[in-house]
Design a protein around this ligand. Structure first.
Ligand code: NAD
Length: 441
């Protein structure tokens, strides 16, 4: 970390003085190079993380490419503010400059996708970076490093350190020459990062966990809602911060929903990550699998009903994978709102379904957790989706869809799900320092 920060510091003056257009061309070149190796990156991401090759090929790696292309383009289009005070003979304007060495720390669930979501805006704005991928999933970060020189990224601009959170992560957070930290990971780690960085008054962007509700009203189009909610619950083994884990269904359609939802869930195959017919690969680690399984056991002990998956259905794995960390998608019903399964982030292929009666009641229950990242609302009533969306305490609300993202707009959570937002304008503001200049003429 010490050597990486020094290299980044030394490279800052030249990199920050390059024009946005020059930086943009390099980012685009890097995107092209990753795209040329897309298949190799997808295979490596799957092997390292356990996700299906299909998911890495269609989501993780294309999005990493898009992150570079997006910020290569958006950096060319920012404008700063200007105001006039004719009576005083003054013009005010703002100027934005890169901050310096950015510390970037990312988790294991979407390894290259989330790391590049930070590297791209940071260097597009003229910062240099020290990035630390998760120690569980560092392979694609290493592969990307090897493309930097070919893309024309000058030495020292992007430094990647490989190591654990406690050692490498904390050294980065505590380094006096790293004025800003962009972190994606768990709320617990964010608390530690906040404490450790406080003596340095660092600028922090924290993208954390979620306990995301889906609210399904009785006028929802179930033909769209059910497959999308199965996907939002189980995509990437449920290891996405935006995954749905609490499904509130209006009582009139509760039984019909449950029946169809379980039938749809059972269509999802769990197995070898490179099998194209498989939808759910392996979980990240043995410890994580145990943790996720324990939540299901706790729910059962509390009297909830497991409708499919863990402990109910048998999982037929190919002979070579029987000791792997696989788990069937699991649907639990009749869970109490105060249960840990309805309050804590499980981050695995487990979702809870409960009934509700009124709009007022469901808003209160959906907001009744410490997290506030994302929600989905399903209804054909336009007035209602607006009303509910406005009252939900979370940073993102999708109505009648899930995970449709425009990278221009803010991404981030409320409450224990984070501090700050990232996106075209938000990342630009986070990764630059603003100055107000007044000229009297
Ligand atoms: P984690 O907090 O354990 O680790 C995240 C990163 O922080 C890793 O690189 C780790 O090495 C590092 N780290 C750990 N301790 C550290 C310390 N003391 N100082 C500095 N760095 C440290 O999280 P995880 O288990 O890798 O990821 C899963 C979590 O990430 C879930 O809670 C999930 O919701 C969250 N997540 C959030 C988003 C989002 O955008 N909001 C996206 C993906 C994942």
């Amino acid at each position: 970390v010490e050597a990486a920060v020094k290299a980044a510091k030394d490279a800052f003056r030249l990199w920050s003085s390059r024009s946005p257009l020059e930086r943009s061309q390099i980012l685009n070149k890097l995107a092209d190079l990753i795209e040329q190796d897309l298949e190799a990156f997808a295979q490596a991401e799957s092997k390292d993380q356990g996700k299906t090759v299909k998911f890495a090929r269609t989501v993780d790696i294309p999005r990493a490419v898009q992150n570079f292309r997006f910020f290569a383009s958006s950096i060319l289009h920012h404008v700063t503010e200007c105001t006039e005070m004719p009576a005083m003979g003054c013009v005010h304007y703002t100027s934005r400059a890169p901050v310096g060495v950015a510390g970037l720390i990312s988790p294991w669930n979407l390894p290259l996708y989330l790391l590049t979501w930070k590297i791209a805006p940071a260097i597009a704005c003229g910062n240099t970076v020290v990035a630390k991928p998760s120690e569980m999933t560092s392979v694609t970060a290493w592969m990307m490093c090897k493309l930097m020189e070919k893309a024309g990224v000058p030495p020292g601009v992007v430094n990647v350190v490989f190591g654990t959170g406690a050692k490498a992560g904390e050294a980065l957070v505590c380094h006096p020459d790293v004025p800003l930290i962009s972190f994606t990971g768990s709320t617990l780690t964010a608390q530690r990062i906040t404490e450790k960085s406080a003596p340095h008054c660092k600028r922090l962007s924290l993208e954390l966990g979620g306990k995301n509700p889906a609210i399904i009203f009785d006028d929802a189009d179930l033909s769209q809602c059910i497959p999308t909610t199965v996907r939002s619950s189980f995509a990437n083994q449920g290891e996405i911060c935006l995954c749905t884990s609490r499904i509130f269904v209006q009582r009139g359609i509760y039984n019909e929903f449950l029946k169809k939802f379980v039938a749809e869930t059972k269509k999802w195959n769990t197995g070898h990550p490179s099998d194209p017919t498989v939808d759910i690969g392996a979980l990240i680690s043995k410890e994580h699998l145990e943790k996720v399984r324990n939540y299901v056991k706790k729910a059962q002990a509390e009297g909830a009903r497991v409708l499919c998956g863990e402990g109910v259905d048998s999982l037929a794995l190919p002979p070579g994978n029987q000791k792997g960390y696989f788990m069937l998608p699991t649907v639990i019903a009749e869970v109490k709102d105060e249960s840990c399964c309805m309050q804590e982030e499980i981050f695995g292929p487990v979702t809870c379904v409960v009934a509700f009666d009124t709009e007022e009641e469901v808003i209160e229950r959906a907001n009744g957790v410490k997290y506030g990242l994302a929600a989905t609302v399903w209804s054909r009533n336009v007035g209602r989706v607006h009303r509910v969306a406005h009252r939900l305490q979370c940073g993102l609300v999708w109505t009648n869809c899930w995970l449709v993202r425009d990278l221009n707009l803010p991404f981030g959570g409320m409450k224990a799900s984070g501090i700050g937002r990232e996106g075209a304008k938000d990342s630009y503001e986070f990764f630059t320092e603003v100055k107000t200049i007044t000229i009297k003429h």
